[in-house]
Each structure stands twice: as C-alpha cells, then as structure tokens.
Design a protein around this ligand. Sequence first.
Ligand code: NI
Ligand code: MN
Length: 233
Amino acid sequence: MGIKFRWLGHSAFDMQIDGHSVVFDPFLTGNPLAATTPDALSPELILLSHAHGDHVGDIVAIANHTGAPTVSNVEISNWLHGHGVRDARGQNTGGLGDYGFVTVKLTIAFHSSSFPDGSYGGNPNGFIVTAHESGQRLYFAGDTALFSDMELIGDERIDVAFLPIGDYFTMGPADSIRAIKYIRPRFVVPMHYNTFPPIQQDASGWANRVSNETSAVPIVLDPGGEFAVPSVV
Ligand code: NI
Ligand code: MN
C-alpha cells in the first residue's frame, strides 16, 4: 500500500495509490521519452494539470478505452466533455474532490493554459493527492514557476513532490531547490526535462544539489523507472 509510481517521460506518470492506478498528464504519442503506449494503461482515475498539448496528450483515448473519470479544472472538463469524454470532473483551484480511494485538491500554478486548438483552458493547476487508506500524500506541481505559497503546500505534510526542472517553460533546477525548501517533502522527483532541446538538464547534478542543500531525498528515474514511497518508520 502507499504510493508507487512509474515515470512515463515528461510529466506523465502511472501511479499505484493504495493499489489503484492513477495516470497524470498522459502525453505519450509524440513524446520522445514515452515509456508506454496509451492502450497499455488502465487507470481508475486520470489527472490533467493544464491544457497544453504536452500534458493533454492521449487523455481522450485513455478515458474512452477505460471509462476512467478525468479530474481537471472546469474549463478543461468542459472541453473534454465536448471531445467525447463521458466522465470529466471539473473542480477549481483550492477545491478538494473525493474519488473514493483518494482526495484530490487543485493548487495554484503559475503558467498558462490554452489548448492546442486555441480553446481557453482556464488557469493551470497542480494537485495535492491524499491516499485514504495509507494516508500518504503527494504534490504534483504541474507546469509552474517558483512561488512562495509553496510553503503553504508544505504545511500539508508532503511525502513525495513532483517538480518540473526543465527551465525555459517552467522553473529550472535552481528554483526547484528553493521550491523544495518551501515544500519540505520526504522525497522529490524531477519531471518536465530532457524531452525537447530547450529543457535538457543534468538530473544527477540536480540530485546532488537536492541531497546537499535540502532535507529531501531525490528520486531520479529513467523513463519506465519505478519507485515505491516507503512508509514513515
Ligand atoms: Ni505547459
Ligand atoms: Mn508543459
């Protein structure tokens, strides 16, 4: 039980949360780092942080072949309904939704959020996801700049944080170190890097900085790599 996750490349993850599959930002088709295909995923819940193409990805196909509900902001939810997704749940920033085995709270994120077709995607979000049974909690930042209210997110006692480190489109390695100091997670996982030339980063150099400058343990995965968050002893 607890949180176990597999990195699918970019900001896409397949997580097992207390034994239930939750997929995040499933950009696989056209993702040079993609570690799986949309058909191979069978989530019970799909989370989408914002409307950019490198996050929306294959969500419509995955939602349709699994029937899994999607969770996003309300504007994205309306767009998904209009594109054939039957069970799109539209929350908004600061709100908590209960999906049976987890709660999902939408956080702020400093970024933009329009669909590839130009449709309005509302404000971008991150997620705080709490597992009912184990009590483990994750923060998935989505695409964002550094912001000092990450300290409030840290007050919620985060077991594992997923942060972009690619720079150029989001915060980069140096600002992610400042973010980790605000969030104070037990473990931290880099994402949104190495997919495209402008976001190439040295993940092992980043991991050294995390170990030396923060209290978090860095978890650097290759695409397809997995990690299980241990319970607090
Ligand atoms: Ni984006
Ligand atoms: Mn992005």
